[in-house]
Design a protein around this ligand. Structure first.
Ligand code: PLP
Length: 483
């Protein structure tokens, strides 16, 4: 499709302003005036509208079709939360308005939203205190690592290592490393697909500052040994970190705080119905138990005895500022509206349906694809294309074929410990009809891999560009446009 500059017609105008009948008051100094006209496309208003409408139709999103991108939770975001986030009383609020006195009437509502959101997240995860400051999941992890470092420093503990299971999201080891820790990888048990307590032998010791766990893990499996692992870890005063980026399987079912986790981050943009994709916007609030509360970033939001809300900076042990103002407010607001809208029973329904949908897909496809861990999964399931790969059809080929079937591909080649991984997260918002259509497409693709494996080479054929050489694109990046 031509870029808008190629559609330009010299002299064509979108808007024609009347000739000015007011005398020129301040002519721009000749030094600052252009010698030539700016190179801008010249088009009519209608041509501009058609150009951008056509581009928008080339986008793929949750609002256009099924998007089972595992670990990313591309569920439908109710439009009511968009409406609430756009209310001028919130959207037009300046972050430097006073909290109280004159102007306080304008900011008290926003402070209340964040306060109530933090309280709700405490209740949902079983933690004692939350901060809505972190601007993404990875940022929440980094904040958690900094808090754990501050805690150990304060106690005089000499701790240098963080344990991370080998199936963890890549942000876990990155966050620990950026916070100054050495990362040690813990192998997942190949038979059961979860971390077993014995795996910590020889890894867990006096130097261990914390272990970061995702539960259910990235294989979609819930770890039944959590209590035992918690006891082992706490014996060394190491902290138990819960990567709750995806809480879609545990809402109202399992609270990390009840299982003795010390630190939890949640991704509002994954679990709590706020739109994301293409890098943001996000929000990764962090919760801690009592003993870590003094280290939370400032400012904190407090509710005073007269029911007003204020920002509190008086926390001498705090790790300090991690972001300007207070979090990604628009995302927090959407999440708070979403939680209120769902209520207690609605949140429980989310988990039950997310888990049901993932198990339905896994069992419907178990004869067509290898399932490395065929047992009840949580909100996502991991299949493997290893049998198809023997005929030359790899996970990436299946992903491209799905595009031609009209679906967004699942996450591929992650978790790293499963060969040819296809990680499918249907979410709770999809109807049975949509999920059945996806299953039918996956079955057609499995049949094609058996009968016509060479057909995959050319796919996708329905997109504006076909199969790209992604490695070459990364190594020899050239972003110049040539018509
Ligand atoms: C998405 C995700 C993260 C990272 O969250 P971002 O908001 O993308 O930084 C961390 N852990 C898990 C398990 C995730 O799914």
């Amino acid at each position: 499709m031509p870029v808008i500059f190629e559609k330009s017609v010299s002299g064509c105008k979108g808007v024609t302003l009347p000739v000015s009948d007011v005398p020129v008051q301040h002519a721009i100094d000749a030094n600052y005036r252009r010698a030539e006209d700016a190179m801008l496309p010249e088009l009519s208003e209608l041509d501009v509208v058609r150009h951008f409408t056509a581009l928008s139709r080339m986008n793929y999103g949750v609002d256009t079709n099924f998007y089972p991108l595992g670990s990313c939770t591309m569920k439908y975001n109710p439009k009511i939360t968009e409406k609430i986030a756009a209310l001028p009383g919130f959207a037009a609020l300046h972050p430097l308005l006073p909290q109280l006195s004159r102007g306080g009437m304008l900011t008290q509502g926003a402070l209340e939203v964040i306060y109530e959101l933090e309280q709700a997240l405490c209740e949902i995860t079983g933690m004692d205190a939350f901060t809505a400051h972190p601007l993404a999941g990875a940022h929440g992890e980094l904040t958690g690592m900094m808090i754990i470092a501050a805690y150990h420093r304060d106690k005089g503990n000499r701790k240098t290592e963080i344990l991370v299971p080998d199936e963890a999201h890549g942000t876990n080891p990155s966050s620990a490393a950026i916070a100054g820790f050495t990362v040690r990888s813990v192998p997942t048990d190949p038979d059961t697909g979860v971390l077993v307590p014995e795996a910590l032998d020889g890894l867990l010791n006096e130097k261990t500052a914390a272990i970061m766990l995702t539960n259910p893990n990235t294989l979609g499996l819930f770890n039944p040994h959590i209590e035992k692992i918690a006891a082992l870890v706490h014996r060394y005063d190491a902290q138990l970190y819960y990567d709750g980026a995806n809480c879609n399987a545990i809402l109202g079912k399992f609270r990390p705080g009840d299982a003795n986790f010390d630190v939890v981050h949640v991704n509002l943009h994954k679990t709590f119905g706020t739109p994301h994709g293409g890098g943001g916007p996000g929000s990764g609030p962090l919760g801690v138990r009592k003993h870590l509360e003094p280290y939370l970033p400032i400012s904190r939001i407090v509710k005073r005895s007269d029911n007003t809300y204020a920002l509190d900076y008086d926390h001498p042990k705090s790790i300090g500022y991690i972001a300007p103002f207070y979090g990604n407010f628009g995302v927090c607001l959407r999440a708070w509206a979403y939680i209120l809208m769902q209520g207690r029973t609605g949140l429980i329904d989310i988990s039950e349906n997310a888990v049901l949908n993932a198990n339905y897909i896994m069992h419907s496809l178990k004869d067509d694809y290898d399932v490395p861990y065929l047992k009840t999964c949580m909100h996502e399931c991991v299949l493997s294309a290893k049998n198809q790969a023997e005929r030359g059809v790899h996970a990436i080929d299946i992903a491209k074929a799905l595009i031609d079937e009209g679906f967004h591909p699942p996450t591929v080649y992650f978790p790293l410990i499963v060969k040819e991984a296809l990680m499918i997260e249907p979410t709770e918002t999809e109807s049975k009809g949509t999920i059945d259509a996806f299953i039918a497409a996956m079955k057609r693709i499995a049949r094609m891999a058996r009968d016509n494996p060479e057909k995959f080479r050319a796919m996708p054929v329905t997109t504006p560009v076909g199969r790209l050489d992604e490695t070459r694109a990364a190594r020899e990046m050239d972003v110049c446009y040539r018509g």
